[in-house]
Every structure is written in C-alpha cells, then in structure tokens.
Write a protein that binds this ligand. Structure first.
Ligand SMILES: *Cc1c(COP(=O)(O)O)cnc(C)c1O
Length: 338
C-alpha cells in the first residue's frame, strides 16, 4: 500500500458495538507523580459494552462476519475471569444470538471470589451457557465438539477464537491505530511510544498494522502477560503479517518491529504481582482510573518501571492503551493488598 493511501476497512462486514472514538487524555497527576514523560491514556476501557474493554472493537468485525455467514450461535473460549468472554456474551445478547462459552481454569487454587465474582458473574447475567474445562485442554478439539453439538440441534455456530485474536478480530485494532493517528493530529501531539498489554496478540498485531500501513513508524511496546518473550513476539508477528495481507498492506510490519517485554508476568498468567498491585493503586489514587490485575495492571507496572529506569524520560510523550478489564478487579478482592 502506498503511504499516502488511506486504508479502507469498509469492505469488511462490521456491526456497531463500541462507542468510538474512545477518548485520548493526558494523565497529569500520574505524569507529575512519576516525574517523567507526559503520559496519555487511550480509553479503550470506555468502549461502552458491559463495562468496556478492548475485545469490543474486535467483536465488531468478528460478529459482523458471523452475521454475514448466517450464524445464530457464537462459541468462544477464555479463562474463568476472561474479559473477552464477558464482552462476547454481552454482544451476543445485543445481536440476539446464543452464546456457548468454554471456560478454562488457568489459575492455581482460585479463591471462591475468583470463581464466582467479576467477569464470570457478568457472563451468567448475560445468560451465556458456561462449560468449564481444566487448564491445558485442547480447545480446538473442544470447540469443534461444541460446534457439532450446536449443528446437531439445528443451529448455525460461529467460532470466535480466544481473545477474538485472528485476522478478522485484529481489524478492530487496525482501526484503533488509524483512530489514534487522527487523534494525535487533532491534539497536535508528537508521541514517542505506545504501550499496551499483549496476550492473545490481536491488539498488538492490529495496532502495528494500523500504524505501519498508514505510514507511521511510532514504536509500540507490548507488555506480556503469559508467554515468554520469543513466543509472544512470534505470536504477534505471525498475526500482524496475516492481518497486513488481509488489509492489502503485505509486509508492512517487520519481525524486529514487534517487541514484547515479558518481565512483568510474575509467577504466571492471572497471578497477582506486587508491581501490579502498586500500579493498580497508583492509577486509582492519582487519576481515579480502574485497571485490572491480569492485563492492564501488569502492563502499567511495566510502563512505570520503564519511567523509573529512565527508559522513558521527561520531555517524551507516552500513550498507554487502556485495554479495560476493571470488572476482573472484583474477582481479586481477596488477593490485592490495599
Ligand atoms: C484481552 C485483554 C488484553 C490483551 O489483548 P490481546 O488482544 O488478547 O493481546 C489486554 N487487556 C485486557 C483488559 C484484556 O481483556
């Protein structure tokens, strides 16, 4: 794609689920508190669907395709406290679709609150049909089995992968990349770095494609929440490469352009860390903002550490993508230190 050409996503089926554009705001008290760069927050916690979050943008494209294919039942998968599952369950309700959910037990010795409050509580409110599986289940097989069951009952299933992180879902973050560039222009901002949590990879991959295919070389730092660095970077790169092809900008993202720092995971996915705990309280008390323990809180812990290590410095402008997840906080009521 020519750099001056605007990317056109209008050929992809899409449903409207999110309040867009989400705000891009300075966090003045946090910036002063850390005595480093100007830190802005991109409020994708305000996408508006069922307490918001990043999956809503992706689902606009995933469920757009589901409707085009005539589906009446959405099947998806996630952890017990999955924000993706909660947003999918809500979107299915809004579109009049049934929702079959495969929930994976990924956290060791979860508390009673973890298995009943937060996202799983909301999944139940939305009436999703929840099926629980042990950690490490082969979900390609399990999802295919549920799809067979739906078909046998006369339904038409549509499978949304974990985190809606395939090329179709990633289009939501290609769109967000374009939205950000427009906001930088409107607000006259010269941004040095974008920071985001990176998990199932669609957010990071889509953003990279949205920016690069629009001619922006703005660096993106992903903070990993589950996999080691090489695994995470490969996962993001592979999806970015495929997504770039889908939008007609093949080769716009290079392998060494994908960076994931996976030093803030702690003992494992969804396991609390001290630095996450500190970050969640800091943002609440400096800015009145809520972040989550699994994704955005660990990504914040990474960003704060970069400022303290002077890897991000005074005079720079950093944009932190708030991917949402505050509903998950309630599930961690017993494990955060206040
Ligand atoms: C899913 C999720 C992420 C990670 O996004 P991916 O596209 O899966 O990498 C980050 N933050 C929150 C709150 C999420 O729910």
């Amino acid at each position: 794609m020519n750099k001056d050409q605007k990317m056109d996503l209008s050929k992809f089926p899409r449903v409207s689920l999110a309040h867009l554009p989400t705000p891009l705001e300075l966090m003045p008290r946090l910036s002063e508190h850390l005595n480093g760069p100007d830190i802005y927050v991109k409020r994708d916690d305000c996408t508006g669907l069922a307490t918001g979050g990043n999956k809503t943008r992706k689902l606009e494209f995933s469920l757009g395709e589901a409707l085009r294919l005539g589906a009446d039942t959405i099947i998806t998968v996630g952890a017990v406290q999955s924000n993706h599952v909660r947003q999918t369950a809500a979107a299915a309700c809004k579109l009049g679709l049934s929702c079959e959910v495969l929930l994976e037990h990924r956290v060791d010795q979860p508390s009673e609150t973890y298995t009943s409050s937060g996202n799983i509580f909301l999944d139940r409110i939305f009436g999703a049909n929840l099926r629980e599986y042990p950690g490490g289940t082969d979900f390609d097989v399990a999802m295919a089995e549920v799809a067979d069951e739906v078909r046998a009952a006369g339904g038409t299933p549509y499978l949304v992968p974990g985190g809606a992180s395939n090329t179709v879902g990633a289009l939501g973050y290609v769109d967000c990349g374009i939205e950000l560039l427009n906001q930088f222009a409107e607000q006259n901002l010269s941004v040095d770095h974008i920071v985001t949590a990176t998990g199932s990879a669609g957010t990071h991959a889509g953003l990279a494609v949205g920016l690069r295919a629009s001619g922006s070389d703005l660096p993106i730092l992903g903070i990993g929440v589950n996999a080691p660095q090489d695994v995470q970077e490969e996962r993001v790169y592979k999806l970015a490469k495929e997504t770039a092809e889908l939008v007609g900008a093949p080769g716009c993202v290079a392998r060494d352009d994908i960076i994931a720092d996976c030093n803030y995971i702690g003992p494992g996915y969804g396991e609390p860390t001290e630095s996450m705990n500190e970050a969640v309280l800091m943002l609440a008390r400096q800015e009145g903002l809520l972040f989550d323990p699994v994704y955005s809180g660990k990504a914040l812990a990474g960003m704060i550490d970069y400022v303290r290590q002077r890897r991000f410095t005074k005079g720079q402008t950093i944009v932190f993508l708030h991917t949402g997840g505050s509903a998950g906080l309630f599930a961690y009521a017993d494990s955060l230190t206040l």
